[in-house]
Design a protein around this ligand. Sequence first.
Ligand code: TYD
Length: 200
Amino acid sequence: MNEPGRLIAFEGIDGSGKTTQWKRLAARLRAGGREVVLSYEPTRNRWGRALRDAWLGGKRLPVEEEIHLFERDRREHLHTLIRPALARGAIVLLDRYYYSSAAYQGSREGQTPEAVLARFETFAPAADLMLLFDLPVTEALWRMNDSGKSPDAMEVRGNLERVARAYRSLDRPEIRRIDASGPPDEVERRVWDVVRRVLP
Ligand code: TYD
């Protein structure tokens, strides 16, 4: 455990609903009087911005370069925000953490989820809880309001499926799979059931 604080990572494919639950959990914990720090990766700092700018330009960086940028971004995030918050005893809720690198970069050519995970574990603390929001790719695509008709749809789908498979292959004791189907209130109850067990 990241005593005296707690680190909880929200993970899953795009459209899995993790961001909604990330906000809901923050509200619930704050209502209970706890200090909550909400953050996400990639950050809005310089390395995170470099990553977002590359994507917005429609460019796919070589995977080694992407991993390198995520590493710079994550090191800065840990130094400036995550570690100090944990040391104060805050509950840090992250919308994506290094498990995303394992799933997204680790499913690209020449990489494996396990190798990417191991690389980040050399310097980044494991989450106390990694919530993996699990939803069939088709449903995630509906939620993202994808018509399924554009020429890119199959590519998007294939990519999400690779990422979903990479997520499912991750094997670490902090990982809890959350069934992300059904109404948000129901998913929130499932999340709470798991989270309340690791609170200080
Ligand atoms: P996302 O949480 O979807 O951000 P936004 O809501 O701003 O679109 O994350 C953006 C993308 O970043 C997402 O497609 C996954 C990707 N990503 C990686 O590929 N590797 C990583 O390590 C992280 C943190 C994110």
